[in-house]
Ligand binder design. Structure first.
Ligand SMILES: *Cc1c(COP(=O)(O)O)cnc(C)c1O
Length: 246
């Protein structure tokens, strides 16, 4: 592994190459751009879970602004330690969120990728402070070959999406879908669950929901995800190295 800076460069090179292969605009964003631009590129979300605030600081110093965390308590410590950078950091929750732990998330994050029940989204909407922009939400879907048990089943997705999209738009905004497929050996096997998630998003859009985000792809399968239309890829170990603790 190189330094965090050179690893970021290499991940951005891989993303741009995958965009070219996919015939997509090769804009690699370091935080999620305004909705109109988001469809014309890929946002790199640097997954800093298990790494210390100093690693985030190092990535931020070379331009990275969007960071993903899995555990709320751990994230809150880093957000506090990095409060001097608050204006240019964008925090995304990518780990499971229990509906009784929503308040600090509503108060400190910009995005939540892992909503899989209405109750959680309702509480986030109630608890989002009015002085902040709306919390951006993705629904986590349990696509085929999913590694975890979390996520809404595809059959239940349309009803959940309609209900979450109807929550107060000043507090929460449904942006799209997220999945964590199980690791797969080759590119074709990696692409299948990403293609499934993209098809689910397309169906919701045909039903009239204004969604623009596909959060999919990690260090080992980011090319497959970009080829299937990912707009946010969540990359940890390829940037920060092997995780020191689980
Ligand atoms: C840890 C994690 C990642 C990053 O995984 P890497 O293989 O280290 O890139 C992405 N998404 C989620 C939901 C994660 O928990």
């Amino acid at each position: 592994m190189g330094s965090i800076g050179s690893n970021l460069q290499e991940v951005k090179r891989r993303l741009a190459a995958a965009c070219v292969e996919a015939g997509r605009d090769a804009n690699i964003f370091t935080r999620v751009p305004a909705a109109a631009a988001a469809a014309h590129g890929v946002t790199l979300l640097a997954v800093s879970k298990t790494f210390y605030a100093d690693a985030v600081r190092e990535a931020h110093a070379v331009g990275q602004q969007a960071f993903g965390e899995s555990h709320v308590q751990e994230a809150l410590g880093k957000i506090e330690a990095l409060s001097d950078l608050r204006a240019t950091l964008e925090w995304h929750l990518i780990g499971p969120l229990q509906s009784n732990k929503t308040r600090p998330v509503a108060e400190h994050f910009a995005w939540v990728h892992t909503v899989d029940r209405l109750r959680t989204a309702q509480r986030l909407a109630e608890q989002r402070p009015a002085r902040l922009p709306p919390l951006q939400l993705c629904l986590q879907v349990n696509v085929s070959g999913e590694a975890s048990k979390s996520g809404v089943a595809p059959a239940e997705l349309p009803a959940l999406a309609r209900a979450v999209a109807a929550l107060p738009a000043a507090r929460v905004r449904l942006r799209g879908l997220m999945a964590i497929p199980a690791p797969a050996a080759d590119r074709d096997a990696q692409r299948a669950p990403h293609r499934e998630l993209a098809a689910l998003l397309a169906a919701l859009r045909r039903d009239g929901l204004a969604l623009d985000t596909l959060s999919m792809g990690m260090s080992d399968d980011l090319e497959a995800a970009v080829l299937e239309g990912a707009t946010i890829v969540r990359v940890g170990s390829a940037i920060f190295g092997r995780r020191p603790r689980a």
